[in-house]
Design a protein. Structure first.
Length: 496
C-alpha cells in the first residue's frame, strides 16, 4: 500500500504501484525515491510515516518525518522553517552515533519540509514489558549502562531529547546493512521530534511538545527543560519497567513523593540502585544528577554488599544502649526468680477456695480479669480450675512486660532504647503545589476547575487559588468559563 502525504487528503490510501494519489492527485513518491506505507505517529510539529526507499534494489525501510505544525501561524513562519532546518543539521550530527537513527536526507517538497531517517527494526521497551513482564535489577542496570553514554553524547552536542520513555527506546532486532554501525540487541534512542537545541531559540509557541505525560520532568511543563530533565525521564522509565505500573500511579500526589518501591512484586532492588533512581527522580533540580556521566559514575562505583530490599532502609539516629541507673532493679529480679513468682501465684490462687478469688491475677497484672474473679467468683468454678494450669504462663508474661518497660530482655540484659521511626513530611511548598497542579492538569487534558484542583492536590482552597492566580499573572495559565456550567476553568497554556 502507498500512503498520500498530503495532510488534507481525505482518502490517503493508494495501491503499491501508484505514482499519484487517486483521490487528491498529489505525487506519491517523496523526492522521486521514498514511498510512504503507513503513518506511525503524529504530534504538534507534524507526522511520521513508515516508508521504503525505492531507489535501492532491496527497497529497505526508512522513516519519513513531515514538518506540518498544527498551528497555522507556526506553519507559515519563516523562522520556524529555518529552525527546522537547523535541527536537521543537528540530527545529522547525532545520527553518527550507532544508537541513534541516522539522518538519510532532508529536503522540501510541495512547500513542506521532510526528514528521512534510518528505520530501526525491533520491539520498543513498552512492547517488551507487555510481552515479558517487569524488568529485574540486572536488566535495568544494563539499560542504564547502554543509554547513559548515548545521553552524554547528545547533551555534549547541546541537545535535550525531552521525550524519553519506553516507547522511544528500541532494541534492535538485526544488524543494519548500512555501514554495519550497530549490532543486534542494542538499545537505540529514537524520536528526537520533541528535542530542543540549547543554542537555538525556541519556536514561538511550543504547543504540546514538552514530553509525554508522566515521564516529563516538572520544569518541562514551563518550557524550561535542561539536561537533567532527560535524566528524570530516564528514571521514570526505569521505575515503570521495574513495576509494570504507569508513572502516575507511582507518585503519591498527597505526600509529594514517589512510592515506586511499594509496587515491587518479588523483584528486589539493591539499596545502591534504589538511591541512584531516587536521585534521578528528584523534584528539585539541585538534588538531581546534573549529567549522565555522574549517574554512570555512581552506577559503576563499588556496589553495596547488603542484601537487596523491597523498601528503603530507614536511617535511625545513633542511640546508645539504655543505661540502667538503679542496680536495685536488676537485683530485684535476681532475688525474685520466676519460680518464686509462680509459687506466690499458686498461694494466692488457693485463696479462691476461701471465697477470695482473683488475687493471683492481680499479682500478675491482670487487673480487669482479677476484678471479674473477685466479684463473680463461683466456688470450684471452671475458671479457677483452668487457672491452675495457666499460672506459669501468667507469671512469665508479667515478667516479660515489666522487663520490657525497663528496657531489659527476658534474661535481664539491657536493650537498646526503643526508637519510633517516623517520617517527616514537609508542608506543601509553592513549588511542590505547582507540581501537583501540573500533574492534575496533565491527567485532565490541561484544564482544571478550582474544586478539581483542591481535590487532586489535597490542599486548601485559599492556597490553591493563590498559586493559580500567580500562574495566571505569570502567563502560564489562562482563565475561561465552562460554556455549560459557567464554572471558572484554569487552562494550562503549555498543555493545550
Amino acid at each position: 500500500m502507498s500512503y498520500c502525504l498530503n495532510p488534507n487528503c481525505q482518502q490517503p490510501q493508494n495501491p503499491n504501484t501508484a505514482q499519484f494519489c487517486q483521490h487528491c492527485g498529489s505525487k506519491i513518491l517523496l523526492g522521486d525515491r521514498y514511498r510512504a506505507i503507513k503513518p506511525i505517529g503524529a504530534g504538534g510539529f507534524g507526522r511520521t510515516f513508515l516508508a521504503v526507499d525505492e531507489y535501492k534494489p532491496s527497497k529497505p525501510r526508512c522513516v519519513i518525518k513531515q514538518f506540518c505544525p498544527q498551528d497555522a501561524e507556526m506553519r507559515n513562519s519563516e523562522k520556524a522553517a529555518e529552525l527546522f532546518h537547523l535541527e536537521a543539521v543537528k540530527l545529522e550530527e547525532l545520527g553518527k552515533h550507532p544508537q541513534i537513527p541516522e539522518l538519510l536526507a532532508h529536503f522540501e517538497q510541495d512547500n513542506r519540509q521532510y526528514l528521512i531517517q534510518e528505520y530501526i527494526d525491533g520491539p520498543n521497551l513498552a512492547q517488551e514489558l507487555d510481552e515479558q513482564g517487569a524488568f529485574n535489577e540486572t536488566q535495568i542496570r544494563q539499560l542504564l549502562q547502554e543509554l547513559l553514554p548515548v545521553l552524554q553524547f547528545v547533551h555534549e552536542r547541546l541537545v535535550i531529547h525531552r521525550d524519553i520513555k519506553p516507547e522511544n527506546i528500541i532494541r534492535r532486532r538485526v544488524s543494519p546493512t548500512n555501514f554495519g554501525k550497530a549490532k543486534a540487541g542494542e538499545l537505540v534512542l529514537v524520536d528526537f521530534g520533541a528535542s530542543k537545541s540549547v543554542t537555538y531559540s525556541a519556536l514561538p509557541r511550543t504547543g504540546t511538545v514538552i514530553g509525554s505525560a508522566g515521564y516529563a520532568a516538572p520544569e518541562q511543563a514551563f518550557g524550561k527543560a535542561v539536561f537533567a530533565s532527560d535524566l528524570y525521564s530516564l528514571g521514570v522509565t526505569c521505575i515503570h519497567l521495574l513495576t509494570q505500573v504507569p508513572p502516575f500511579d507511582l507518585y503519591d500526589s498527597r505526600e509529594g513523593k514517589w512510592v515506586w518501591r511499594d509496587y515491587l512484586v518479588n523483584n528486589p532492588v539493591s539499596p545502591q540502585l534504589g538511591r541512584i533512581l531516587d536521585k534521578m527522580l528528584s523534584y528539585a533540580l539541585a538534588h538531581r544528577y546534573q549529567s549522565a556521566a555522574e549517574v554512570l559514575a555512581d552506577l559503576n562505583s563499588q556496589p553495596d554488599t547488603r542484601a537487596p530490599s523491597l523498601s528503603p532502609e530507614p536511617t535511625l539516629p545513633n542511640v546508645q544502649p539504655l543505661e540502667v541507673k538503679s542496680a536495685e532493679i536488676l537485683q530485684a529480679f535476681r532475688d525474685n526468680p520466676r519460680q518464686r513468682r509462680i509459687g506466690i501465684s499458686y498461694g494466692l490462687w488457693a485463696f479462691g477456695f476461701f471465697g477470695i478469688g482473683g488475687l493471683h491475677r492481680f499479682y500478675n497484672g491482670k487487673i480487669f480479669s482479677g476484678l471479674l474473679w473477685f466479684f463473680t467468683y463461683n466456688l470450684f468454678g471452671v475458671g479457677q480450675i483452668l487457672d491452675l494450669f495457666l499460672i506459669p504462663t501468667m507469671a512469665e508474661e508479667y515478667e516479660r512486660k515489666i522487663k520490657a518497660k525497663m528496657g531489659l530482655s527476658s534474661a535481664g540484659v539491657p536493650l537498646t532504647e526503643p526508637t519510633g521511626i517516623t517520617e517527616t513530611v514537609p508542608l506543601p511548598t509553592r513549588d511542590r503545589l505547582i507540581l501537583k497542579l501540573l500533574q492534575s492538569a496533565l491527567a485532565r487534558g490541561g484544564k482544571l476547575s478550582l474544586t478539581q484542583a483542591v481535590m487532586d492536590t489535597g490542599v486548601g482552597f485559599s492556597e490553591v487559588k493563590s498559586v493559580l492566580q500567580e500562574m495566571v499573572a505569570e502567563g502560564y495559565v489562562s482563565i475561561s468559563n465552562d460554556p455549560v456550567t459557567g464554572i471558572v476553568i484554569y487552562q494550562f497554556n503549555e498543555l493545550k
